[in-house]
Design a protein around this ligand. Structure first.
Ligand SMILES: *Cc1c(COP(=O)(O)O)cnc(C)c1O
Length: 375
């Protein structure tokens, strides 16, 4: 018997990727960083490949190495490296690595020599996000060094890439500015003889709303998991994660009863309280105290009082809720139940953070659907 669980619908992940794939002539890199946005990196990767992804994208070298250890043979790009990492292990494992600075390029050349094979490199240009990547001013020097390293056989420039600031607001002026800066960066690269097979800049939002940004490869993350990057639009995606728990106990309490730490909720009349065994250690934001929506007994309730480390309380009035009944914090929302978007809305964050938080280890992840099979 289970107490709390995070269910992940792998068929939904597969179908979401198939939908993204159908909307582009580019290849699809499914982004599975952050343990697959909390859904589990390996099962999510398998489902994404079953849906037609041909690349996997991760932030860290360790994530990339974990994919290789699990037997994934498709191209993998890892993009976030501090100095001094064992990048030669990534080169040896045939993981594509990002160079967004001269220093990183130098590390990749050293890693290639140590691994005694050519490093597959994606050069990153900062088109406005001001996060990773070379600025337009730094770009020519990076290209010059990369062209030399390529002639020397230390690296192969497989890609040139960038990342959007604000593609989740379709029509935002930064999208056009960044696309123009990216085109400029590609033109400069051509002058250095660098014309890689893969040019890529589109995240989920741009994949869904800006076909002119797709180039050779798109890098959707959140959409793979069925959540929309654009407020108010679903694009036909299906949320893959459901978080739920079985009521541990119910009790009748009188009017005027303070509930949970600090008594920030007080019952208005005699009522039934239901104790739900999921708390902030499991991913429920504490900021959802007196705000988070939960489906129980066919109705939507609101967390009563503070979210605790392990549990929350619901005030269910006189409804016949009993211990063992299933309380759903969020899911696909078909039955009128809350979604990760609803939770994001009440705590002032984004759906990404809600599902990623629920990747904690205490609550078992249970997988539905069977796409992918072998790695
Ligand atoms: C996380 C990430 C993505 C995916 O972004 P979504 O908004 O989840 O689609 C793509 N590219 C990079 C560089 C990222 O860090």
């Amino acid at each position: 018997m289970w107490q709390a669980e995070v269910r992940v619908d792998l068929d939904a992940i597969r179908d979401n990727v198939a939908l993204l794939r159908a909307g582009t002539t580019a290849e699809v890199m499914a982004v599975v960083k952050g343990d697959g946005y909390g859904h589990g990196m390996l099962p999510s990767a398998r489902a994404a490949l079953a849906g037609g992804a041909s690349w996997l994208g991760v932030a860290t070298l360790d994530e990339g190495l974990a994919l290789r250890r699990a037997g994934f043979e498709v191209p993998v790009l890892a993009w976030l490296h501090s100095p001094g990492l064992p990048l030669h292990e990534g080169v040896a494992a045939d993981i594509d690595l990002n160079a967004g600075s001269l220093e990183l390029l130098g590390e990749l050349v050293a890693a290639a020599r140590r691994a005694e094979r050519t490093a597959r490199v994606h050069l990153k240009i900062d088109t406005g996000l001001a996060r990773g990547g070379a600025t337009a001013a730094e770009w020519p020097a990076l290209l010059e060094a990369a062209a030399k390293a390529q002639v020397d056989g230390d690296i192969e420039v497989v890609g040139i890439w960038s990342h959007f600031v604000y593609a989740d607001e379709p029509g935002h002026e930064t999208v056009d500015h960044q696309l123009a800066a990216f085109a400029d960066g590609l033109a400069v690269a051509e002058r250095y003889g660098i014309t890689p097979r893969y040019r890529h800049i589109a995240n989920s939002a741009a994949t869904l709303t800006r076909p002119d940004s797709h180039y050779d490869l798109v890098r959707p993350g959140i959409a793979v998991y069925g959540l929309s990057p654009v407020a108010g639009e679903t694009f036909g995606l299906r949320p893959a994660m459901t978080a739920r728990a079985r009521v541990a106990l119910t009790k009748r309490v009188p009017a005027g009863q303070g509930v949970s730490y600090g008594h920030t909720y007080v019952t208005e009349r005699e009522t039934t309280l239901a104790l739900v065994p999921l708390g902030y250690a499991d991913g429920v934001p504490r900021a959802a105290s007196n705000a988070g929506p939960v489906q129980l007994g066919g109705k939507r309730r609101t967390v009563a009082g503070r979210v605790c480390m392990d549990q929350i309380v619901l005030d269910v009035g006189d409804d016949p809720v009993a211990a063992g009944d299933v309380a759903t914090l969020f899911g696909p929302g078909d039955d009128g139940g809350p979604t990760a978007d609803d939770w994001a809305g009440v705590v002032g964050t984004i759906n990404y953070e809600i599902v990623t938080r629920f990747g904690s280890t205490r609550v078992p992840r249970v997988y539905d659907g069977e796409p992918g099979g072998a790695a």
